[in-house]
Design a protein around this ligand. Structure first.
Ligand SMILES: Cc1ncc(COP(=O)(O)O)c(C=O)c1O
Length: 388
């Protein structure tokens, strides 16, 4: 189809044309605002832990940006997902639908909550759950008993679904929500990578019952490590906040806890960093949009490469730019990655599909041929916010 070595050379040439010569990480944080000033303030005021003005300020900023009524900031997005599953009422041994193409943390959170990940396939436009395939599948495998649906084979209740907005691209969220309504599934959105992504002007993470965002060092903004849960549901917001603070009952001096809670609250230090980062989010989004458009224009010149574009009616934060290479084998993909790394261009593959990991091999799943093709054919490009 194409000459392999020439193809790899052309690919690296195009990438360098966009990002320039030198070393290029996949995604680096950018600290060019009030980060040091706010961090200093936490130390000078002695408020470094989970109580402090920056925590509230950061939550207000996330609420305002995502137009959510409530926001609870926590230590990372994996625990945001875990806490959300528990608070929403996912029970031990329930099955929760999750794409096989996602970061391991999404499925780990299901296991932490005592439930079982049930892997489903993804589609090529958004790289998120394929709703057409999902609907046909559920019709075949789910049976209704009372209000709820059960897996005919395992007899377990299918109680939730975690749609993931992969690399900041909005998945087919409306279609997925409609399926969830039909099958009475709780929707916990994994918007870990999607701060700044919108579908029909509505922010990622605000379609489901709750949405979870990550502020890990590699995300569009970072708090060092951190996550947030956004929701419009007052009862859930209260429950999540309570559970995240060891279920401690408010009292002037007594230690009273009314449940087995978690110590998941974000610290003031992390939130201080987040406040400074949020002040520059719109700048980061603009810069990343320009980088995406430049990649689009350069890669349009190569018929074997397709850049993953923003799905219809959506605006992605362009967190990671992804290319799909026609007829790529896993072996050639490895060669591309090895040569790119030797050239200090730190391209990354898409995650190995989770159903292929040894500890998830026995989990229920549909046929996952598209997930396997996405894994074989997609590569992520350097995508930091500082190129433009
Ligand atoms: C899709 C997805 N879900 C969940 C997570 C977990 O986020 P965190 O690293 O904040 O725990 C990540 C982080 O990389 C992610 O990419």
């Amino acid at each position: 189809m194409y000459h392999k070595n020439k193809f790899i050379n052309d690919l690296l040439f195009l990438i360098k044309k966009v990002v320039g010569k030198g070393e290029h990480q996949l995604h680096e944080p950018l600290f060019r605002g009030n980060e040091i000033k706010y961090l200093k303030k936490t130390i000078l005021t002695n408020y470094v832990s989970s109580v402090g003005k920056f925590v509230e300020k950061f939550e207000d900023k996330i609420k305002k940006f995502t137009k959510s009524k409530y926001c609870i900031s926590v230590i990372n997005c994996t625990e945001a997902l875990h806490l959300s599953l528990v608070a929403c009422g996912i029970k031990k041994n329930d099955e929760v639908i999750v794409p096989s193409i996602t970061f391991a943390g999404t499925a780990n959170a299901i296991v932490y909550a005592g439930a079982i990940p049930h892997f489903v396939d993804s589609e090529f436009e958004s790289l998120g759950i394929d709703p057409l395939k999902l609907e046909i599948y559920l019709e075949k495998i789910a049976v209704k008993k009372g209000h709820f649906y059960y897996n005919k084979k395992t007899k377990r209740r299918i109680s939730g679904i975690i749609p993931v907005h992969i690399f900041g691209n909005i998945c087919k969220i409306n279609e997925i929500i409609n399926i969830a309504k039909k099958y009475n599934l709780l929707v916990i959105e994994d918007a870990a990578e999607a701060l700044g992504s919108f579908y029909n002007k509505k922010h990622a993470g605000t379609f489901g019952l709750v949405g979870c965002i990550s502020f890990n060092g590699n995300k569009i903004i970072t708090t060092g490590g951190g996550g947030a849960i956004v929701t419009n549901n007052k009862y859930l917001a209260k429950k999540i906040k309570h559970l995240s603070t060891t279920a401690k009952v408010s009292h002037a001096y007594e230690y009273i806890h009314d449940a087995v809670g978690y110590n998941f609250r974000m610290s003031n230090i992390n939130a201080a960093l987040g406040c400074a980062q949020m002040e520059n989010l719109n700048k980061f989004l603009k810069s990343k949009r320009k980088l995406f458009l430049k990649y689009c224009s350069e890669f349009s010149k190569n018929a074997n490469i397709m850049i993953i574009k923003n799905p219809i009616n959506s605006k992605s934060n362009n967190w990671l730019n992804t290319i799909f290479i026609k007829n790529l084998s896993i072996k050639t993909k490895k060669e591309i990655l090895t040569i790119a790394h030797k050239n200090k261009i730190y391209l990354r593959p898409v995650w190995r599909p989770l159903h292929k990991l040894s500890h998830f091999k026995s989990m229920p799943r549909m046929s996952l041929d598209q997930a396997n093709t996405i894994y074989a054919s997609c590569i992520n490009l350097p995508s930091s916010a500082f190129y433009f």
